[in-house]
Ligand binder design. Structure first.
Ligand code: ZN
Length: 128
């Protein structure tokens, strides 16, 4: 079983690799999108379809990059592996399985219960 520090270090490395991969893909897509598409193109033009696909993919990648950067920031701040809700350390065994977990097991089940009752956890936080 990996220690908490090992898991954090491994996750950080993975996130940095992910970040450079996603950044590279975004750059390539942006370059591809710079190419002008003929405005007279007919509906169903392969170039246009390709372009629309690229725009959708770019949006997806930008979201992904945001997520990666948020995770990296939380590692830098030493918050990685701590529960967002109660601030306790998340069980390393849980992190091993779910490296992106932001809640400890008990908060996770609490939150799931709230969601089942139709209350979003965010509202819960705002009320406090
Ligand atoms: Zn918790």
């Amino acid at each position: 079983m990996a220690t908490r520090d090992e898991i954090v270090a491994r996750e950080r490395r993975k996130l940095m690799e992910e970040r450079s991969r996603v950044t590279g893909a975004i750059d390539r897509l942006r370059d591809a999108l710079k190419v002008e598409v003929d405005v007279d193109s007919e509906e169903g033009d392969p170039d246009l379809i390709e372009r629309e696909k690229n725009v959708a993919l770019l949006t997806q990648l930008e979201h992904k990059l945001e997520g990666v950067q948020t995770a990296l920031r939380s590692i830098e701040k030493g918050k990685y592996g701590k529960c967002e809700r109660c601030g306790k350390d998340i069980d390393p065994e849980r992190l091993e399985v779910r490296p992106d977990a932001t809640l400890c097991i008990s908060c996770q089940s609490e939150v799931e219960k709230l969601i089942r009752r139709g209350i979003t956890p965010r509202n819960e936080e705002e009320r406090q």
